[in-house]
Write a protein that binds this ligand. Structure first.
Ligand code: HQG
Length: 184
């Protein structure tokens, strides 16, 4: 297995555990989505029998090599920065977003999005990007020629809609009503 493939493989297992199913690994996330790194490593190795064993150094290497900032390690703990679907809501820090944010999606979702606004669907939050390129790559997961929506985050924030920090490029929101959306 080449390195990129194995990075992706490990990263996907980490995301699955930290975003969607820590329980399956015998782990419980705290209210901000963190879990003790030692426990995480033990559980990941027990479940997947990684060879060589998954270590903190290997995880840091994967994080460093990735284009996306998916995880954070802090005070001996690790968390996923976005993408959660577990039942208990993971708290994120509220902050003032950039004036404009972007969301890439499939044409087939457009009608419903323009009616209902952007909804979290199976995740805990709506995911918004700080730049068009990122929104495009997110949208391409579902449509080879995705629709890019511009979000008037300045107005939405001024109107009291809450925004939360994912990482430097990903912002989170509970719901974006369609009046703040414009098709690029
Ligand atoms: C759509 C990946 C119908 C929404 C990505 C999206 C991102 C609606 C889909 C991150 C709707 C949900 C998140 C409505 C929203 N009607 N469809 N009212 N509101 N949708 O995967 O934002 O690589 O849960 O447009 O790259 O695509 O895994 O969200 O198409 O950063 O780290 O419902 O996950 O990151 O899809 O992706 P998702 P997303 P990783």
């Amino acid at each position: 297995m080449d390195k990129i493939r194995s990075n992706t493989f490990i990263s996907k297992k980490m995301s699955y555990c930290l975003r969607h199913n820590p329980q399956k690994y015998g782990l419980k996330l705290d209210e901000y989505g963190f879990v003790d790194l030692d426990k995480f490593l033990l559980a990941m190795n027990q479940m997947h029998h990684f060879k060589p064993k998954l270590t903190e150094m290997r995880i840091r290497e994967i994080m460093h090599d990735s284009k996306k900032e998916r995880f954070e390690i802090k005070n001996g703990k690790i968390c996923a920065l976005y993408g959660h679907s577990i039942p208990g809501i993971i708290k994120r820090k509220e902050a003032q977003p950039p004036d404009v944010l972007y969301h890439g999606t499939a044409h087939r979702f457009l009608k419903s999005i323009l009616e209902e606004g952007l909804l979290p669907m199976s995740r805990q939050y709506v995911h918004l990007s700080t730049d068009i390129e990122m929104a495009e790559s997110v949208g391409k997961r579902r449509d080879p020629n995705p629709v890019i929506l511009l979000i008037d985050a300045k107005k939405a924030f001024a109107d009291g809609i809450k925004f939360y920090v994912g990482n430097d490029e990903v912002w989170l929101c509970d719901h974006v009503p369609s009046k703040y959306l414009k098709i690029r």
